[in-house]
Design a protein around this ligand. Sequence first.
Ligand code: AQP
Length: 330
Amino acid sequence: MKRRIFSGIQPTGKLHIGNYLGAIKNWIDLQDDYDCIWGIVDFHSMTVPYDHEGMSSRVLDCAATYLAAGLDPEKCELMIQSRVKEHTELTWILNTVTPISWLERVPTYKDKSKRFSDNVNMGLMDYPVLMAADIILYKAEAVPVGEDQLPHLELTREIVRRFNSTFGDTFPEPKEIVSEGALVRGLDGQAKMSKSLNNCIYIDETPEDIWKKLSTAVTDPQRVRKTDPGDPKVCNIFSLHQLFSSKEDIGYCEHGCKTAGIGCIECKKILAENIAKELAPIREKKTELLHNVDYIKDVLNSGIKYSKKIASKTIEEVYQKIGTTYPFLK
Ligand code: AQP
């Protein structure tokens, strides 16, 4: 029996290279060895203001991106969170063992309640509990995530411990599998690359657009003129080279930057070419897939069916544990 893992991405917009490196690429590497369920976590995406009319096309876009990037439905399951109602059912139950104080200290809650201060809703605060439910509903033993998600996962373990000690051993404590592109910064060179921050290179970006975005991206702020030597360690463009470029290109740019042998434009051009080379096949495959929506529909329906089977079994067990089976009704 393969060990099970679950992870998901919220369809808040087109997926970017942070999602690709921090999540999807890692998922592809894991799909041979684990029983994998990859979610499109649409209920999560409702915790900040969103365009409800565009939800359906964002979910479809997300599924097409998963498949185009290399997730193989022969090896893993793709599903939509809201289609497996047990996710929200378990969230409610977990809410009853989760102190509010645990949620108030979550970094993304603090950040998003500042950024969306006119809509600090219960869902935003409850986001980590829904995430815990997503994972433990499938009794997933591990969760592949980027570094930004580690506090959420720690909270999941705390919730599991609280549930198990209150109602008896039910859920395993999920471990993290941290990906290589653990935290991709945005084109501003500061914040995490985020769909909601307009600092992204999207996975389906054309070579022209990749270049347009990189050409104005922030580099080492101390390097004002081409003749100033730069410091690759503080340059986000160099961090991206490490994720997309060959050893030779990385060495060439590192040396050229430190010695002022090359300027930032040349360094960015090499990066733009390397990113475009990696993303081009995904973009092409995605366009092809979006012409075959029936195929995407079949993949999702099959993943939803698979997930529901496991989810309903877990909920049945949870009902036993929490005392809501009511034999007198039978
Ligand atoms: N910049 C990033 N670097 C590395 N990994 C990242 N991930 C997201 N951004 C980066 C990884 O992608 C998975 C889920 O992402 P998500 O879209 O569900 O949530 P998010 O982290 O909130 O992503 P965004 O783009 O920042 O969305 P918005 O702006 O809508 O909140 C996770 O595995 C995460 O680690």
